[in-house]
Design a protein around this ligand. Structure first.
Ligand code: SF4
Length: 139
């Protein structure tokens, strides 16, 4: 099982305009921190239902190509208020060889201001360090 460690930074009020297209919830590879897992388990979800572990890193599980928590019928996240921190930071993502960037897949990425990008990038690096330890930053 995972250890639950606190992450001091929290994301407050995203300024970007999300169109709710659900693109970021399709074939998700979103990593989960211990705090994300704890929050979702405390809300009543079973880890085996929503987590898939890849190379020792817990990630959101997909069901029929969509995140376990995405409701296709309603076209919305069923755990929006307690969604993983990585989902809150999206479309700010980390790409190997590029670093922190805005995900090309997000059609509303142009609505992320420089201030929001910098704030989220800082939190994202802390989150990834918490999840991967030194492994992410070796090369
Ligand atoms: S947890 Fe919610 S916001 Fe995050 S990928 Fe799943 S459905 Fe989308």
């Amino acid at each position: 099982m995972f250890e639950f460690t606190p992450l001091k930074h929290a994301v407050r009020g995203s300024l970007m305009r999300c169109s709710g297209c659900g693109e970021c919830c399709h074939e998700t590879e979103m990593e989960l921190s211990n705090r994300d897992v704890k929050r979702l388990v405390c809300a009543g979800y079973r880890p085996e239902d929503f987590i898939v572990v890849c190379d020792g890193v817990p990630r959101l599980k997909n069901v029929n190509g969509w995140c376990y928590f995405y409701s296709l019928a309603d076209k919305r996240c069923r755990v929006y208020k307690i969604r993983p921190l990585g989902c809150r930071l999206y479309p700010v993502v980390y790409v190997d060889g590029k670093g922190v960037v805005l995900d090309d897949l997000c059609p509303m990425r142009h609505t992320v201001s420089d201030v929001e990008f910098k704030r989220k990038a800082k939190i994202l690096m802390r989150l990834l360090e918490e999840i991967y330890g030194g492994r992410l930053f070796r090369c």
